[in-house]
Write a protein that binds this ligand. Structure first.
Ligand code: C5P
Length: 236
């Protein structure tokens, strides 16, 4: 399969069309942004790590019954994915209070909650990805009721699969963001990435942060944390 024109360039990835209209090629960059693009930087080696970690986890999810856009890893930074129309939602799953939820509800980071929290944000940079609920999604026709129910079902199942898997690597899955897409034949599939950019990973023993919060909060050892996740998941 061959790359043709660049269809899209985001903060962390570029997406190319290919000579087959059903597929795209994603290319991961080392660029890092936070706070809706206000903070910019580079995390050396991040693109390759996020590509490999994402594909590893997508394959694990596929094996466990979650349909994904993953097709084939082409190289360190490039992957063939199914062409989808992205549902304009950021689906956030939270096991432990951290980040914006901790701030919003006045909880100390690390507070255990009685049950898992699911949030939806409208994917729109200009608006700063505002949080919305199911009624907004239906009113704005971002997805149908059946699609929202399926997205919620997949999201909880993904949380269960990933939380259990990561525990064996001494990583606690605090929270994460998912995006879903719709294929040409209308199937809802998991899209985008699952990486230290989009998840909070804490060491189960020390509580050390092994994710993008090291960049967002200037905690240092950013590259080391990404490398550590790759090593724990893939032995490299
Ligand atoms: O910032 P907040 O606490 O709402 O983030 C929740 C989770 O969603 C974190 O794991 C964060 O990495 C992820 N996230 C993301 N992209 C965004 C917003 C949040 O990957 N635009």
């Amino acid at each position: 399969m061959e790359k043709t024109v660049q269809m899209y360039e985001g903060k962390a990835k570029k997406v190319f069309a290919t000579n087959d209209e059903n597929y795209c090629i994603v290319s991961y960059k080392d660029d890092a942004t936070a706070f809706n693009g206000l903070k910019k930087g580079t995390i050396l080696g991040k693109g390759a790590i996020n590509n490999r970690v994402t594909n590893h986890l997508m394959k694990l999810l596929e094996k466990n019954g979650i349909p994904t856009h993953f097709v084939e890893e082409l190289s360190d930074r490039e992957t063939v994915v199914k062409k989808v129309t992205i549902v304009p939602l950021e689906v956030i799953v939270r096991n432990i209070a951290a980040g914006s939820l901790a701030k919003r509800l006045g909880l100390a980071e690390g507070t255990k909650m009685k049950s898992t929290v699911l949030e939806y944000c409208y994917k729109d940079d200009e608006l700063g990805d505002p949080m919305i609920n199911e009624y907004h999604i239906l009113a704005m026709e971002f997805a149908t009721k059946e699609e929202i129910d399926l997205i919620a079902k997949y999201s909880f199942k993904i949380n269960e699969i990933l939380s259990n898997y990561l525990k064996d690597a001494n990583i606690e899955l605090i929270d994460f963001k998912l995006e879903f897409g719709k294929t040409a034949d209308g199937q809802i599939v998991l899209a985008d990435e699952i990486s230290p950019d989009t998840c909070r990973f804490w060491d189960t023993v020390t509580g050390e942060k092994l994710d993008k919060d090291r960049f967002r909060r200037d905690l240092g050892n950013v590259e080391d944390a990404y490398q550590e996740v790759l090593k724990r998941l893939m032995g490299e």
